[in-house]
Design a protein around this ligand. Structure first.
Ligand SMILES: [Zn+2]
Length: 67
């Protein structure tokens, strides 16, 4: 790896929702930076977001059919 910054991950920015703009500084692996809105967020922020989605999906599995 020769570049200092990894970019182009197929994920959306937690803040602006832009795709493939999240960069990861290899010297600070816990911090992501969005090149679109310039917001920094941490791996823990992502984990918290995934956790909220996981809870919603788990709830969907138990939800009664609307039909
Ligand atoms: Zn952004």
């Amino acid at each position: 790896m020769t570049t200092k910054t990894q970019r182009g991950f197929a994920v959306r920015c937690l803040h602006c929702g832009q795709e493939e703009c999240v960069r990861l500084d290899v010297h600070n692996l816990d911090t992501f930076t969005c090149s679109s809105c310039d917001t920094e967020f941490s791996a823990d922020d992502v984990r918290a977001e995934i956790d909220r989605w996981a809870r919603l999906l788990a709830w969907l599995d138990t939800a009664p059919d609307a039909a």
